[in-house]
Ligand binder design. Structure first.
Ligand code: APR
Length: 245
C-alpha cells in the first residue's frame, strides 16, 4: 500500500518522530478497548468503576474490576505494533511513545522513553502514605492494604475527573510541539487533555499519520490515514523499513 511506503519514507527522514497511542494498539494483545462494539464502557459504567467517587463509595467493587484488568494485563503479551515502536526507538527514528494505555506493554516490548499519561494498572499507591508498589500477580484480599502503613491502596491510574501528572503532561505537549512526525495508533481521541496532543503537533507543523480501522477524531486532520489494525500496520511498515518485529 503506497501510503505505508510514504509513511516509511516520512519516518526515515524525520527529525523528531513521536508516537501517540490508545487502547487499540493493545486490542490484538487481548486487552479490550473502551469504546466501540464490545468496548469496556459498553459493559461497565465508568462512573461506577473509574472515578474517585466510585472508589470512596465502594473500594471493594472498584478493586474487583481492577483485579480483573490486572489479570488480563499480566496474561497479555506485547504484539508486533508494540515491538515496532521499540525497534523504531532503538534505531533512533522514534524519540518517545506517549500512551494513554495503562497496560505497561510498551515497556515490556522494549520501549524506554514511555510517557504513561493515565498511569499504570500494574502499580498501586497508598491513599494514606503515598507509597507505591508493583503487582506481580493480581491482588488477593480486596481492597488491598499498604504493606508499609496499612492504609487502603488504590490503582495508580488517572480516573475520570482527576488531573493528569502535570510534569508528564508538560513533557508530552513539549514533545508534540517539537515533533515533525506523530504516528497516532489505536485511539478514538475521545478524552482530553490527552486527545489534544495530535492537534498540538499538527499546529506546530508536524505530519500526522493516523492508524485506525475506524474513522476517529483525527480523520480529516491527519496527513496520512491508514485504515488498518495496528498489527497489520506494524507488519507492512516493518517490511517497508526492512526491520524485524
Ligand atoms: N488496531 C488499531 N486500532 C484499533 C484496533 C486495532 N486492532 N481495534 C480498535 N481500534 C481503535 C478503535 O477504532 C478506536 O478508535 O482503537 C480505538 C480505541 O478507542 P477507545 O476505546 O476510546 O480507547 P482510547 O482512545 O485509548 O480511550 C482514551 O479514554 O476511557 C478513557 O482512560 C481511558 O485512556 C482511555 C481514554
Amino acid at each position: 500500500m503506497e501510503a505505508v511506503w510514504e509513511s516509511a519514507r516520512i519516518l526515515a527522514n524525520s527529525r523528531l518522530a513521536v508516537a501517540f497511542k490508545g487502547a487499540g494498539i493493545s486490542a490484538e494483545s487481548g486487552i479490550p478497548t473502551f469504546r466501540g462494539k464490545d468496548g469496556l464502557w459498553s459493559r461497565f459504567d465508568p462512573r461506577d468503576l473509574a472515578t474517585p467517587e466510585a472508589f470512596n463509595r465502594d473500594p471493594r467493587l472498584v478493586w474487583e474490576w481492577y483485579s480483573w484488568r490486572i489479570e488480563r494485563v499480566l496474561a497479555a503479551k506485547p504484539n508486533k505494533a508494540h515491538r515496532l515502536l521499540a525497534r523504531l526507538e532503538d534505531s533512533g527514528v522514534l524519540k518517545a511513545v506517549i500512551t494513554q494505555n495503562v497496560d505497561g506493554l510498551h515497556r515490556r516490548a522494549g520501549s524506554r522513553r514511555v510517557l504513561e499519561l493515565h498511569g499504570n494498572v500494574l502499580r498501586a499507591r497508598c491513599t494514606r502514605c503515598g507509597s507505591k508498589l508493583e503487582w506481580r500477580e493480581k491482588p488477593s484480599n480486596l481492597p488491598p492494604s499498604c504493606p508499609r502503613c496499612g492504609g487502603v491502596l488504590r490503582p495508580d491510574v488517572v480516573w475520570f475527573g482527576e488531573p493528569l501528572d502535570t510534569s508528564i503532561l508538560e513533557e508530552a505537549f513539549g514533545l508534540a510541539r517539537r515533533s515533525d512526525v506523530m504516528i497516532i495508533i489505536g485511539t478514538s481521541g475521545a478524552v482530553d487533555p490527552a486527545g489534544l496532543l495530535p492537534l498540538a503537533a499538527k499546529e506546530s507543523g508536524a505530519t500526522l499519520i493516523n492508524v485506525n480501522p475506524e474513522p476517529n477524531r483525527y480523520s480529516g486532520v491527519a496527513d496520512i490515514e491508514l485504515r488498518m489494525r495496528a498489527v497489520e500496520f506494524a507488519e507492512r511498515l516493518s517490511r517497508a523499513l526492512g526491520i524485524d518485529v
